[in-house]
Structures are given as C-alpha cells and as structure tokens.
Ligand binder design. Sequence first.
Ligand SMILES: NC(=O)c1ccc[n+]([C@@H]2O[C@H](COP(=O)([O-])OP(=O)(O)OC[C@H]3O[C@@H](n4cnc5c(N)ncnc54)[C@H](O)[C@@H]3O)[C@@H](O)[C@H]2O)c1
Length: 340
Amino acid sequence: MVRVGVIGLGVMGSTHLNAYDSVPNAEVIAVADRDEARLRGEDKSKGNIDGQAEGGFDLSTVKQYTEGTDLINDPGIDLVDICLATPLHAEFAIRALQAGKHVLLEKPFARTGEEARRILDAAAKSKGQAMCAMCMRFWPGWDWLKLAVDSGRYGPVRSAVFRRVGEHPGGPFYSSGVQSGGAILDLHIHDTDFVQHLFGTPESVTSQGYKKVTDHIDHVTTFYHYPDGPHVVAEGGWAMAKGFSFAMTYCVNFQNATAVFDLSKDKPLTLYESGKDPVAVELETGMGYVPQLAYFIDCIQANKTPKRVTLKEAAQSILIVEAEVRSVESGLTQKVSCVD
Ligand SMILES: NC(=O)c1ccc[n+]([C@@H]2O[C@H](COP(=O)([O-])OP(=O)(O)OC[C@H]3O[C@@H](n4cnc5c(N)ncnc54)[C@H](O)[C@@H]3O)[C@@H](O)[C@H]2O)c1
C-alpha cells in the first residue's frame, strides 16, 4: 500500500482525493491546506469538466495539516501529491524530493523553465520517484490517439488540430497572469504537451493570442513546426462568453483515416476510414485522473521510473509554451529551446 498525502484542496486536490478511491493500492492518510474551510470540506471548488472535484471524500478520517511542509515532514507518508497553485510547484516538489518522498506534481510542471530545471536537478538526487500529472496522456480517447499514431495502422499523420476552450474559471489564481501564467500555460499546455507526446519537440512555433479577461494571454492559436512531419495546430483559451460549454477536441487526419473527437458533444470518438462506414470507437469510461494515479502508484510499487510522462518531457512542455509566449509577444516564429 502506498500512503499518500495531498497538499492543496482546490479543484485538483479534490479531484485527486476522489480518484484515489478507485486505486486499490493507494491510501490517502493526510491532507494539507492553509484554508481551514477547505480542510473542513466546507468550501468546495468546481472544475470545468463534469465529474471533477465531486466531493464525497471524508476529510475527517485523515490527518489534517494547515501547512504543506508539515505534511512533507510526516514520516508516515510515502507519496506527496502536490495540487498547489503553479508558483508553489517548484518549492514544494523540491522540498518533498529532498525529504526522499515520491512526488506527484500537478501540471504545469513549474511556472517557468528555470524552476522546471531546478525540479529536474532535485529529482536526479532524490531516492523518490516523481511524475507530473499530465492527465491527457491517460485520458480515454487521447490514449487511443497515441496508440493509433505510434502503431502507424492508419498511415502517417498529415495534419492534427487540437482545441480546448471555455469560459474563465474565475478566482484570484486564474485571474493573475503572474500566478497562473495565463490560459497559454495553465490550460493550453495540455495540448502543447500532447503534441509533444505524439510528434516530439517542434523545431519552432508560430503563435497568435490576445488578452481579454486577465493581464496575460487568454486565448492562443499555435502552429507547431515539424519540417518533415505533420501540420499541427492547437487553439486554447478561457476567454469565451459566460455560458459557453467547455470543449476539448481533436481532428487528426492520417494518410488513410480521419479521427474526430469532441468531448463537449454527446458524440463518440469517430473514425472515418476510406471506403468504410464511420465507426464509433469504444473507449473506457471516465476521465484521465484514475488511470494516471493508478499508473504512478504501480511505478512506485515496482520501483520503476515513469515512462508514460517523463519529468524531462514535463519540463520540455514548459519550454515550448515559453516559445509560444515569445511568439505572441514578438509576432515572429520562435525556436524552441530543449531541456538538456
Ligand atoms: N490537471 C488538470 O486537469 C487541472 C485542472 C485544474 C487545475 N490544475 C492545476 O492544479 C493546480 C492547483 O489548482 P487549483 O485550482 O486546485 O488551485 P487552488 O488555488 O484552488 O487550490 C490550492 C490550495 O492550496 C492551498 N495552499 C496554498 N499554500 C499552501 C501551503 N503552504 N500549504 C497547504 N496548502 C496551501 C490553498 O489554500 C488552496 O486551497 C494548479 O497548478 C492548476 O494549474 C490542473
């Protein structure tokens, strides 16, 4: 059994608490939040997808800390699950790694590339395993796409378009560009990372974006350049009008098939193969959070370094987003730096 402590009880901490219920070889034994109403379970957060942060985890059954560092110092905890606001990721991940704990760190991996580098250095010296919670890599339908691309069964990908848009979540963290990094880092990174997962690091990016609800980039469209590879675009933002349903979608055109998925519509992932009737692809139900946690817990128990999302890739996704920010600000195509 892996004994877990969760730091930060906002939308993501609550989502992880629910998900651990379905992971038989993990047990949450402690939680930490500075906000005592959240520790008492009185202040509930709401996510942008139905099923996130549903509540129901009985916080009174576990140890409670008002300071995350005290939870890290609890000798009974094997895995520290960090669901804090992004600017706290580096500090808390490094402390937990230095304490020899296993660490699950919410996305984005860090607020900046420099902070990401420091986490990588701490992880290299730690006996703990660490993984960044890039949940789309485990999400039903997106995991299917990764297998379809890697297998080559529909031929090479010619073009891929990803889209993730909704209304602004509100609250001080998501309203501050300094804190959240804007939609370009906080939300759109899911697609940037998935593009990297499928096609590797792009040579350069061309992005356009605008500010509408915060002081940072609230909506972005990026062209990822692969000189010999597919034509890849992702659009992401939280600047839609109130009432707009959150949408995450893709349309991937292979040489011999087209796959279309739109999670906001009540429609299945549909595969169109030349000369055949369209097929609804059968998928696991649910979101990516349970398979993500189950995978990491299995890695910890087997003492194996996670491969489905490596720390280097999680750090690389920050560098790609930083190139996108430079491109929006300069109006020019920007080369992407690589994690050494
Ligand atoms: N993977 C996803 O789908 C997804 C979705 C939403 C958010 N996120 C990410 O999850 C992270 C958290 O987002 P959120 O919306 O849950 O944040 P949040 O601000 O609602 O929650 C963070 C909590 O941490 C607490 N906290 C702050 N400092 C603390 C400390 N020193 N010790 C203990 N608790 C402390 C705060 O009181 C707060 O309740 C962000 O990085 C965000 O980008 C991921």
